[in-house]
Write a protein that binds this ligand. Structure first.
Ligand SMILES: *Cc1c(COP(=O)(O)O)cnc(C)c1O
Length: 409
């Protein structure tokens, strides 16, 4: 181990991943041979532009004038008071353009495509959130956009399909297998393979083959950089604890990355769904074992043959059987603690934040709030900063149908 340099230095030069895309034992590039070339091209282009002044300035301009950054940090006084414990603060990614953190990396990926001279963005989407964010980026940059989506998801997510189409994207229905996310991934990969000269494949979280876990993390770092500075300005201190929900892990790594070298406890919250049985949750780090999915190694919910297990959460953005390789590494090193919140705890936090603070959170983000309430009570005093990754407008139909609105908390 080399001697620790200053925080700032570490911050600029991340020590992971290595040149092959490994975060400790996790990550890498498990690709069909035909895709090795195209992914090497993306890696090379990213390393060229990541320190390029023109690229950085354009991304900064976009963040300020298109996305509306910086998003604020908000002291949830009433919620904290009623909860009776440590003070809870929220990093308001729900106020980012399109209502969630996902646009942070989609704009980065779109800008990279533009610098590489690509004409088209290709991706899959499950619930449609990544598809909408990417279609937004494509519209902004004047790029074509092709979103692969299972027929079952298309039927379930009609408003997001309309949004993508309104933004100019082509939604490609995937009609084989279970007609959901897994088939959509295969379909998007095939489309990219057939047209990698003109297009770029854009992954929706800190997952997939190298360089995506690194690139998406770097684009999401803005969340942590802003939050650390804002929190310090508000309180004169750093938070005692930082919490975020973990699906693939992009919003969590975005905020954690700024605090890795600080004496701050970091907690990732996974969905416990309906319970501990296989197929009832998506708590990858809690119940998974190392394995390979979608071209990279990570903690994985899997059967004896290494096939991904079925997963479930009321928050569709969290139900992925894998997780980012950097999170897998951070679990093994012990730097981040991974815990769970159930559908019920998510529901209670969803209503509490809506009623007490006038903020309707995404169901994904409500998982982080739910566990932060537990942490804050246990601590008694001190501060907890939560990454509020998105707003709950998209979840209103689900909430009303399943939980009603008359709940009094
Ligand atoms: C997609 C999504 C998530 C989960 O993705 P991560 O990569 O784990 O951040 C969390 N919150 C919101 C609002 C989302 O849309």
């Amino acid at each position: 181990m080399s001697e620790q340099t200053s925080t700032r230095e570490n911050f600029r030069r991340a020590t992971v991943p290595d040149d092959n895309g490994f975060f400790g034992a996790y990550g890498g590039q498990f690709l069909p041979p035909q895709l090795e070339g195209p992914f090497a091209e993306i890696t090379k282009a990213y390393h060229e532009i990541e320190n390029d002044a023109a690229f950085i300035n354009e991304l900064r301009y976009i963040r300020t004038h298109f996305q509306g950054r910086p998003t604020p940090v908000y002291h949830a006084r009433t919620l904290s008071l009623e909860n009776g414990g440590a003070q809870i603060y929220l990093k308001r990614e729900d106020l980012n353009h399109t209502g969630a953190h996902k646009l942070n990396h989609c704009m980065g990926e779109g800008l990279l495509a533009k610098y590489m001279g690509k004409k088209k963005l290709i991706a899959e989407t499950g619930a449609g959130q990544h598809g909408v964010a990417l279609a937004t980026a494509a519209a902004h940059f004047g790029l074509e956009c092709e979103i692969h989506m299972g027929e079952v998801d298309i039927a379930k997510q009609a408003p997001n399909v309309s949004r993508m189409q309104l933004l100019g994207a082509t939604v490609v229905p995937v009609r084989h297998g279970l007609r959901t996310l897994k088939e959509a991934v295969d379909s998007a990969f095939e489309a990219y393979l057939a047209d990698f000269e003109n297009s770029i494949y854009c992954i929706g979280s800190v997952v997939g083959p190298h360089p995506f876990p690194m690139m998406v993390r770097d684009f999401q770092k803005v969340v942590g950089i802003e939050a650390r500075e804002q929190f310090h300005e508000m309180t004169g201190n750093l938070p005692d604890v930082v919490e975020a929900c973990v699906g693939g892990g992009s919003n969590a790594i975005g905020i954690f990355s700024a605090f890795l070298d600080d004496p701050v406890e970091l907690i990732g919250v996974e969905p416990l769904g309906r319970g501990t049985a296989v197929g009832d949750n998506a708590a990858t780090m809690t119940y998974g074992m190392p394995g390979v999915i979608h071209g990279f190694k990570c903690y994985l919910l899997q059967d004896e043959e290494g096939q991904p297990s079925p997963v479930y959460s009321c928050a569709s953005g969290l139900d992925y059987p894998g997780v980012g390789p950097e999170h897998s590494h951070l679990k093994d090193t012990g730097r981040v603690r991974y815990v769970t919140a159930s559908d019920e705890e998510c529901r209670d936090a969803f209503f509490a934040l809506s009623r007490k603070e006038g903020i309707i959170p995404a169901l994904e983000s409500a998982h982080a709030v739910a566990h932060a309430l537990v942490t804050a009570r246990e601590m008694g005093t001190g501060t907890v900063l939560v990454n509020l990754s998105g707003r709950g407008d998209k979840d209103m139909d689900y909430v009303i149908e399943n939980w009603g609105i008359g709940q009094d908390s």
